[in-house]
Design a binder for this molecule. Structure first.
Ligand code: NAD
Length: 253
């Protein structure tokens, strides 16, 4: 088997597959032979094959939506082998004491409930199939770093880490591994949403780069490489851990 074949014959679901990081993950799994479902709120209810990728709508906050997606994967694609819980939102630059409760809850619904539901339903399907599997959850440097102007995001991403560990302990007996990746700043639409009023793209990105001891930001491909490492069946003893991918900046990691 060559590196290019690592995921041949395996079905991979990437949530938030239409976003900045998700697109790179989808491409990386495809390049290694996987059958890839890009599941995103922005996709159509009807599955469509686009450039070799199956695109299908998923709302990660809805248990019914998860069941419908995984029914499709079971009936059409021989079941799920790898799930990447990557969908997420971030509304930054809101002082802690001004955070509206509905916005707090929206972060938890998508970032935390979405990851919980993905883990729960993937584990149920993998357990039923009896062939094991791998789940990779997308945390953030802000899972373990307090940003007072991003409290809802920090709290909801901290929950991703404990959900990763509890799911790993629950699912190990079914041969299912559960791990997380903690990206630092990666230039996507989500990151650029952090710019302050009047700040140029160049000034903002230079500020972000200065946080990184390596002097550069991680790329979406760098994040995808860590996801593929954790999903790779060769790393069969790795479960319940998180990998920061941020150039060495995350405190405490
Ligand atoms: N870009 C960064 O700097 C960075 C840093 C740390 C962590 N992350 C995390 O990486 C993940 C991807 O981020 P990104 O930068 O690609 O963001 P992005 O905004 O480019 O993509 C997010 C995707 O999630 C989808 N989505 C949102 N709500 C959804 C829902 N309810 N159901 C299904 N899909 C939904 C969106 O449609 C979008 O395609 C997120 O979990 C984010 O928190 C990103």
């Amino acid at each position: 088997m060559t590196t290019q074949d690592t995921f041949r014959g395996r079905t991979v679901v990437v949530t938030g597959g239409a976003g900045g990081l998700g697109t790179a993950m989808v491409a990386a799994f495809c390049a290694r032979g996987a059958t890839v479902v890009s599941a995103d709120l922005s996709a159509s209810d009807q599955a469509a094959s686009v450039g070799g990728v199956i695109e299908r709508r998923l709302d990660v906050t809805s248990e019914e939506s998860w069941a419908a997606l995984l029914d499709f994967v079971d009936s059409e694609l021989n079941g799920i082998d790898v799930l990447v819980n990557n969908a997420g939102i971030y509304r930054p630059n809101i002082p802690f004491e001004d955070m509206p409760l509905d916005l707090w809850r929206q972060h938890f619904a998508i970032n935390s409930d979405g990851v919980f539901l993905g883990c729960k339903h993937a584990i149920l399907r993998m357990k039923a199939r009896g062939t094991g599997g791998s789940i990779v959850n997308m945390g953030s440097g802000l899972s373990i770093t307090a940003n007072p102007d991003g409290a809802a995001y920090c709290g909801s991403k901290a929950a991703v880490l404990m959900t990763t560990r509890t799911a790993a302990r629950a699912a190990g007996k079914y041969g299912v591994r559960v791990n997380a990746v903690l990206p630092g700043a990666v230039p996507t639409d989500m990151l650029m949403g952090n710019k302050l009023d009047g700040e140029s793209d160049g000034d903002f990105l230079a500020k972000m780069e200065a946080y990184s001891p390596l002097g550069r930001l991680a790329t979406p491909e760098d994040i995808a490489a860590a996801v593929l490492f954790l999903a790779d069946p060769a790393n069969k003893a790795v479960s319940g851990v998180f990998i920061p991918v941020d150039g060495g900046n995350i405190p405490g990691a």
